[in-house]
Ligand binder design. Structure first.
Ligand code: EPU
Length: 270
């Protein structure tokens, strides 16, 4: 949402050894670490983030390679880049994730997805870095993915390998276009937002409940419930994080009053 305060320390390591050194130094100095993916599912509070924020922007964390039906990518690579490489190589699966912003690491941690599936279903193995600076390989049978969640709780997702399937390239592109068009027609993709703000309650749609509560267009300061999709809060460029948080509280209480449903935030709040 491009909102919120600064990080106390902001680090962009250039290599895995440099990242490991940062993690060990922070552990020794008792400095808390958070890893920022693409920042696309995140709201940072006005007061900013104490401790260190690491972002995997350098080449060492951004590689995407293909071997047969397997695609291996660095945790800092953009999901959109992995999707286009897979599509170009005639590998099916990732086209279902078209339109989802952010990095592979962020997508895996929160099992990003939508109506056509989620990223967890394609994972074969994941290389992680623990808070103690240890590198571990986690295979498919040790991993579990649920609705917007995973058991990938280690500090950093360094790399992941996905098992995709060869398919007719025209069919893959047709599905990619369809997913993209559906998303574009129902979501305010050009606006400043953090995607869907609340999780869908079991069997229900948060967007539909907020819409039925007539909250589209409701504003707090510069934050507004999108007219296009009621589960999106968009910023007019002048909003603050506090505006967004106050608007989220208002939505939760109205939906709870009218439908007796407690909405749970889907975005991360730092
Ligand atoms: N609806 C309304 N009014 C609205 C929005 C939606 O009535 O303002 C209705 C729709 O007409 C539809 C139902 O609610 O009948 C569901 O809406 P939609 O198809 O847009 O899907 P969604 O459940 O709101 C989910 C994910 C999205 C993902 C889409 C498409 C969640 C919280 N949201 O949205 O994910 O892009 O499916 O696959 O799970 C995100 O995670 O940030 C996100 C946007």
């Amino acid at each position: 949402m491009k909102l919120g305060g600064p990080a106390q320390y902001f680090l962009e390591p250039r290599s895995v050894p440099e990242l490991v050194a940062i993690v060990k130094a922070c552990a020794a100095q008792k400095v808390a670490i958070r890893v920022l993916g693409g920042g696309s599912n995140l709201l940072v509070r006005e007061e900013g983030v104490s401790g260190a924020v690491i972002k995997l922007t350098h080449e060492a964390f951004q590689t995407v390679s293909i071997d047969g039906n397997k695609l291996t990518t660095g945790g800092g690579a953009l999901l959109s880049n992995a999707i286009s490489q897979a599509v170009k190589a005639g590998l099916a699966g990732f086209e279902n994730l078209a339109g989802i912003p952010g990095t592979i690491g962020g997508a895996l941690r929160g099992n990003a997805g939508g109506r056509n599936g989620d990223i967890g279903q394609y994972v074969q193995s994941v290389k992680v870095l623990t808070v103690d600076g240890e590198i571990l390989d986690r295979s498919d049978d040790e991993l579990s993915f649920g609705y917007r969640q995973s058991n990938l709780t280690e500090l950093v997702i360094l790399e992941a390998t996905f098992q995709l399937a060869a398919d007719n390239p025209d069919e893959i592109i047709r599905r990619l276009r369809k997913t993209w068009i559906m998303k574009k027609s129902s979501q305010p993709l050009a606006a400043q937002s953090a995607g869907c703000i609340f999780k869908n309650p079991r069997g229900l749609s948060a967007g539909s409940l907020i819409d039925q509560a007539s909250l589209k267009g409701t504003r707090v300061g510069g934050a507004e419930i999108s007219d296009r999709h009621a589960n999106f809060v968009v910023s007019d460029g002048k909003a603050t994080s506090s505006d967004v948080l106050r608007l989220m509280d208002l939505v939760r209480s109205k939906v709870s009053e009218q439908f007796a449903v407690d909405l749970e935030p889907e975005i991360q709040i730092w």
